[in-house]
Design a protein around this ligand. Structure first.
Ligand code: AMP
Length: 276
């Protein structure tokens, strides 16, 4: 596995690499959810590249940028074991050199839910993902379903900017009790960790009711919200049934993404299920 830290070295490493090239972009603190992206890429692509970059522009001023978990040595060992060919670990200055002024601004799927709760977050995501895709020019980029709105934003981004890459969405990897794996789970105290699976339990219960014929999404949102808030540690930011492409409220046709953001103590967890 080659580790590269500059855009020039990344380009040189991938220029003549066997194609297809698959890219798994991450912020590190890797867990099995990230490794699922890498494994999907490994199974479908001749060359696999991963990126580890804690992107400051997608964090708000009062968010957890400074304390975001970082474990580069362990991450590199994990990627090596997954037979990754190339890992890009740029510095902030490499990605945003002095004088950097261009931002990808997105409306549409970037506006509600996470976009409303975290102003500027998806502009930061769209900008860094556009850069990573243009730097590495992969054939496929692998994203996790867990960040469902992010997958919609990135699909819109590559369509709107004609970036020639196929976006592959990988199912959410969960702990045995259903909690979606996330680097931020490390912030949970044991008591909060014990409460956290309620988010997926509630979303799953609404999915079961949908499959049993309850198509009134407002009622399903409400039921999930009440189930989560029955836990004294959990406070719901939103539970919303939306169109998985536009993130607009579900219109009754096609699949519905039931997405939730929940605060448990100081930790903000997101998760979603597809009602189909
Ligand atoms: P992050 O490091 O949190 O920015 O995530 C990097 C990529 O890994 C994103 O595409 C995430 O959606 C994906 N990812 C994170 N957690 C999971 C999970 N539990 N299952 C599947 N993919 C995940």
């Amino acid at each position: 596995m080659r580790q590269v830290e500059t855009v020039a070295a990344l380009r040189a490493a991938l220029r003549d690499a066997p194609r297809p090239v698959g890219l798994a972009p991450t912020m590190g603190a890797l867990h099995d959810g990230h490794l699922a992206l890498v494994r999907a890429a490994r199974s479908e692509c001749a060359t696999v590249a991963a990126t580890i970059f804690v992107n400051p522009t997608q964090f708000g001023p009062n968010e957890d940028l400074d304390r975001y978990p970082r474990s580069l040595a362990a991450d590199l060992a994990l990627l090596e074991r997954e037979d990754v060919d190339c890992v890009f670990t740029p510095s902030v200055d490499e990605m945003y050199p002095a004088g950097f002024t261009t931002t990808v601004h997105m409306d549409g799927p970037a506006l509600p839910l996470e976009g409303a709760a975290r102003p500027g977050h998806f502009d930061g995501v769209a900008t860094v993902v556009a850069k990573l895709l243009l730097q590495s020019l992969p054939d496929r980029a692998y994203l996790g379903r867990k960040d469902g709105q992010q997958t919609a934003v990135v699909r819109r981004l590559v369509r709107d900017l004609d970036i020639p890459v196929e976006i592959v969405v990988v199912p959410t990897v969960r702990e045995a009790d259903g909690l979606a794996m996330s680097s931020r789970n490390a912030y949970l105290t044991p008591e909060q960790r014990a409460a956290a699976p309620v988010v997926f339990r509630a979303l799953s219960a609404s999915r079961d009711r949908f499959r049993a014929g309850q198509q009134d999404v407002a009622a399903l949102e409400d039921a999930a919200r009440r189930m989560i808030e029955a836990s004294p540690l959990a406070s719901v930011e939103y539970v919303a049934g939306v169109d998985p492409d536009t993130m607009a409220p579900w219109g009754g046709l096609g699949p519905c993404m039931l997405a939730a953001a929940v605060r448990i103590g100081g930790v903000r967890l997101i998760d979603n299920v597809i009602l189909d």
